[in-house]
Design a protein around this ligand. Structure first.
Ligand SMILES: Cc1cc2nc3c(=O)[nH]c(=O)nc-3n(C[C@H](O)[C@H](O)[C@H](O)COP(=O)(O)OP(=O)(O)OC[C@H]3O[C@@H](n4cnc5c(N)ncnc54)[C@H](O)[C@@H]3O)c2cc1C
Length: 312
């Protein structure tokens, strides 16, 4: 009797609009520069093939990890034993129509910000400098300096994990602080944003101002995932971490940034375990000192074995 085909064959059946790869190292595709191999990579070249891929991934029985720009993830040193569905420059590009833009999920948010500003369109200029893709930004409801992507979102399209297509109106998505619950159940392939007509020059100045504020405050010279923790109600994670005396605290190659305590930077070949243990140490210390439980903003991907735990 014929058994189940190997997962690589199941995914390859989706045709030539998808590239299948094995054992790329995830650390090479994420801003931390940390993370072991992904077992199977599916890299779609069209939006349409994503539905087929999701059905094939289901059939394969392997777990799925959607990787965008990899700027908000901490991936295990052991890597990912399932399928990495990579939605990045393989699925990018935009189309402006008046002050609306329809953009593919793998487009870099920074490139979209620049293209919008150059056309004199306002609404996302303060998000200049947020790395990663539009898909990742929607999933995280990324934002900065008073702007969030959810506020300008007209609709989001993609595929549910069973392979069915969906389009959700922005108004039906409960965009919250670094979350968009309705977008957790699928893969985002494109979105339409509504911007506001403005003038290019002041918008370009705003972009320059935002980028220089980021460079002054953030340790951009080291690999990181940005802010590791969400802002606790009425306070800032960075302030609490600094007040707990943890600025500059290190475990292995990972360090609580001495420039911005909300960042944990990879200063010297940090492992995922180093970062994970440092996260645990920071959470425990802040809880003990101030009674505040810091919640992670960064997404932990893969296994973090018991010896990663912060034993003190
Ligand atoms: C230096 C630095 C500064 C930062 N500053 C900010 C900031 O000011 N504001 C802010 O909000 N964030 C900031 N971040 C965090 C990060 O850039 C954002 O969260 C970003 O929007 C993540 O996008 P990404 O494509 O890299 O997502 P990834 O890191 O690849 O993924 C993040 C999550 O989204 C999911 N995902 C990714 N793509 C898709 C898709 N197409 N469909 C469905 N799910 C998907 C992933 O599975 C994962 O759960 C910063 C990060 C760095 C490194």
């Amino acid at each position: 009797m014929k058994g189940k085909p190997p997962p690589i064959e199941t995914l390859s059946a989706c045709g030539t609009d998808v590239t299948i790869a094995t054992d790329h190292v995830i650390g090479d595709f994420v801003s931390y520069g940390i993370g072991g191999p992904g077992r199977l990579w599916a890299i779609p070249k069209t939006e349409a093939v994503v539905g087929c891929l999701l059905q094939a991934i289901r059939l394969s029985g392997l777990p799925l990890f959607i990787l965008g720009g990899g700027t908000n993830v901490l991936v295990s040193d052991r890597g990912w034993s399932g399928v990495v569905l990579h939605i990045a420059d393989n699925l990018s590009g935009w189309r402006f129509a008046g002050s609306q833009v329809t953009v593919r999920a793998g487009t870099l948010l920074m490139e979209l910000v620049q293209a919008s500003v150059d056309r004199g369109l306002a609404g996302i200029e303060s998000m200049a400098g947020i790395p990663g893709t539009v898909g990742g930004a929607l999933r995280m409801n990324a934002g900065a300096f008073g702007q969030e992507i959810g506020a300008v979102t007209v609709s989001v399209s993609g595929y549910r994990f069973n392979g069915d297509p969906f389009t959700a109106a922005g108004a039906d998505i409960q965009f919250g602080y670094r979350c968009a619950p309705e977008l957790e159940g699928g893969v985002i392939t494109s979105a339409t944003l509504l911007l506001e007509p403005g003038r290019a020059q002041p918008l370009q100045h705003r972009v320059a101002e935002v980028l220089s504020r980021r460079a002054a405050r953030q340790p951009l010279e080291y690999p990181s995932c940005g802010s590791v923790f969400k802002r606790p109600p009425g306070d800032y994670a960075g302030r609490l971490i600094e007040a707990a005396g943890l600025k500059g605290y290190r475990i292995g190659g990972a360090e609580v940034s001495s420039k911005h305590a909300g960042f944990i930077v990879n200063t010297n070949k940090a492992t995922a375990c180093d970062v994970y243990r440092l996260i645990g140490r920071v959470q425990a210390t802040v809880k003990e000192r101030f009674g505040v439980q810091l919640e992670t903003e960064v997404k932990l991907i893969g296994d973090f074995p018991a010896d990663c735990s912060d034993a003190g």
